[in-house]
Design a protein around this ligand. Structure first.
Ligand SMILES: N[C@@H](CCC(=O)N[C@@H](CS)C(=O)NCC(=O)O)C(=O)O
Length: 207
């Protein structure tokens, strides 16, 4: 199996964390690709050219959630993705993915030249993100032992990692102590440290 990715893509990071949790790291070849580059090796496989994309034989799978469900099936152990039917879990997973989407839109907009940024978009995303931070501070509890890794928790942890990396929602830790303790438990995991976004891997326009 091959995962097309960029080191700083939060969606690819979610997939890499799920692969690690399933012990599938060795089975997953990582192929780093440029974004918004017509010469990318990914484009002949997936016309959108977005990452992550998982390729296994004839199967070309995009969307982080579907890739994680596929990795779940390959691992055959406790799934990371909620099963349709477990609607409360499906709902909280969808909220976590929407949170990651909002963080990603915000960080993407902030990487544009200052005079090109949309104040409307920045305000809308900041409001959504801050509401979700307040929500998670109210409903999450710092894990007593090893933090539970599933699609929902990983999306939240990766979203918070993006905020910290791009220095958005600065000082959120001052007001949201429960969420801060929760995220500290995740950030201490080796796979979280190994996949953290870096300035070296940063591409101003394409992530
Ligand atoms: N809904 C997709 C989002 C994937 C996505 O937005 N990927 C970004 C990188 S984080 C991308 O490839 N962007 C390239 C582009 O927009 O041209 C998922 O869940 O995987």
């Amino acid at each position: 199996m091959k995962l097309f990715y960029t080191p700083n893509s939060p969606y690819a990071r979610v997939c890499r964390i799920v692969a690690d949790a399933h012990g599938l790291t060795d089975a997953l070849e990582l192929a780093r690709v440029p974004l918004r580059d017509t010469a990318s090796a990914l484009i002949p496989l997936s016309a959108m050219g977005r990452v992550p994309v998982l390729v296994n034989g004839d199967l070309v799978l995009s969307e982080a959630r579907h890739i994680c469900a596929y990795l779940d099936e390959k691992a055959g152990t406790a799934p990371s993705v909620a099963a349709y039917g477990d609607w409360p879990l499906v709902a909280s997973e969808a909220a976590a993915l929407a949170f990651l989407d909002a963080v990603t839109v915000w960080t993407r907009e902030m990487r544009r030249n200052e005079d090109e940024r949309s104040p409307f978009l920045l305000q809308a995303e900041e409001e959504q993100v801050m509401r979700m931070i307040g929500h998670y501070d109210g409903v999450l509890e710092a894990p007593a032992g090893s933090p539970p890794l599933n699609f929902e928790t990983i999306c939240i942890a990766v979203a918070m990692g993006s905020l910290d990396f791009y220095e958005l929602a600065l000082n959120w830790r001052d007001n949201y102590l429960t969420l801060a303790a929760w995220i500290d438990a995740y950030n201490a995991l080796p796979i979280m440290r190994d996949t953290v976004p870096t300035a070296a891997a940063m591409n101003l326009f394409t992530r």
